[in-house]
Design a protein around this ligand. Sequence first.
Ligand code: GUN
Length: 284
Amino acid sequence: MAKIIDGKKEAAAIRAQIKSQIDKITIQQTEKVNLDVILVGHNPASEVYVRLKEKACAEVGIVSCKHTPPTDIALKDLLLLVDQLNEDSNVNGILLQLPLPSHLNISKVLDRIDPIKDVDGFHPINVGLLSQNQAKLLPCTPAGCVELLDRYNIPIQGKHAVIVGRSNIVGKPLATMLLHRNATVSICHSKTVDLAAITLQADILVTALGIPEMIKAGMVKEGAVVIDVGINRVENQLVGDVAFAEVAEKASWITPVPGGVGPMTIAMLLSNTLTAYRLQQTKS
Ligand code: GUN
């Protein structure tokens, strides 16, 4: 029976650490650490995530400011907002909540964010730095996954890590991070032939595909470490990509949904905001 990787508990510990560091900044320098969030339109899931991010900021003493342009905002006006935030020296972090309405080109907006304020680590400069193992601002969800493995002293080096999902937000950056930690990495996706044959080889299995309980016990090796990034709403309940009860019988470690990777993503966002603030201090 698997032991639980408690992301909720670890995220609370990280938030407490960040709070004490932010308290020092605000007391010594009478300055604030600021995160500006852009939420375009009314995607219900995005509204929930942004509310959680704002609450976490308030808890650690980061001042958050939410910008809520309408769904039909023109690209040029959204870029203008990004420009204003880039130029505002009081703004330390800029987070563009994804997805965007379909008429807006995500890359065009992400590419406009000043890389030093890019707390999601999605700007091409930060993606390139990650690829060279030089990044200071790492994408939050994959950083949260690696942090969980480290906090539970789960070895990565030499292990076969199988990632199901190849998104720019999770799968691809996580593959790079695990490679830098000397894992042997496989990335599976919707066109992978015989998915189970590959997931069955995983010492560390990370699922980020967004299909409720798609990963069954028969796809998991005995003793594997299972990290479930999926957050799917089914009949008003949150479930992961992993069929938790049956996979927990086989795994050695497993993250629950909710209470696994989700809170760690937000903790990493707070950590990146503090990092961005410090990068800006040393630059000026
Ligand atoms: N939408 C889903 N995940 C994320 C994330 O990590 N960052 C942003 N900005 N939007 C998201």
